[in-house]
Design a protein around this ligand. Sequence first.
Ligand code: SAM
Length: 348
Amino acid sequence: MDASGPVEQGVEATKGSPLIDPFGRRISYVRVSVTDRCDFRCVYCMSEHMTFLPKADVLTLEELDRICSAFVRHGVRKLRITGGEPLVRRGITSLFRAMSRHIDSGALDELALTTNGSQLAVYAGELRDCGVRRVNVSVDTLDADKFRKITRIGDLDKVKAGLEAARRVGLQVKINVVALKGVNEDELDHMVGWCGDRGFDMTVIEVMPMGDIGGEDRFDQYLPLSEVERRLGERWSLEKIDYRSGGPARYVRVGETGRKLGFITPLTHNFCEGCNRVRLTCTGTLYMCLGQSDAADLRAPVRASGNDDLLDAAIVEAITRKPKGHDFVIDRDHRAPAVGRHMSVTGG
Ligand code: SAM
């Protein structure tokens, strides 16, 4: 007699099945926020005084391994570790080391990192040993005083030392720059050249209306990238290219430097139609869309059982709820956040 009843057969069917959402998009990319804590307090990302999560709510590194591995089993080809600041989480390199087994087995194409760079001088070599090849480093200005003002705490020299260490060990670096009206808009042109001189690609990002940021006003910060691209095009020859990184950026090549320049434009050009991503928070909440509130809890199934059947079923069910897209708007009438959580929760 067949021992497996309908329930077991149902769970069996979810194991390792590819993740296709209701709009036919295949989910192949997971961004994992491993901590909500950060050693910076960027003005567009956090308020000055943040309350961080109690440790008991946060997934252990072993639980993160189980969830990431479940996604890999379901055909996810790219993992990006982010935060908060991922490199401030104690023992984080053990997660990278654990994930490198999926690179070695060929199940995973890419293990990437988004960081503010403050700890990169310490970790660059180890990250490279763990199979990391590309790092995104967030640098919004090359002016040390302005850097301190934007991050409220950060030391630009430390970040520059981190970038140098990354370059030395052979990590490919992409600089992420959030375009901020009246703050760094006059510098973007110079930053394109600075990145080019160092062999870094660069991506400019529109500020997104996520989370309460204290006294700051989104409308005052928001700079549409259509305008940024027009201005950069007056100084640099920007050649259209087909390159996709698997993320939301649209790229051009800067003729004079040969480096790629990306634009992430959730407001001026919604990037949802090709979305292949979901985002896991450090508490095990899975957001199927950066700009919507619907979510699935993966911590309960992980903690309920030592085997992964419940987890597999929860992942498959969550993908059936992936929405078509977000509705970010920033204008005079829309100054409040579109979603209440900060980018540091969902992971940028
Ligand atoms: N600490 C890491 C870092 O600084 O890159 C990873 C987390 S951070 C939340 C990821 C990215 O999100 C950074 O490039 C940051 O500039 C960006 N970010 C944060 N809040 C944002 C917002 N409201 N709009 C657009 N980008 C934002």
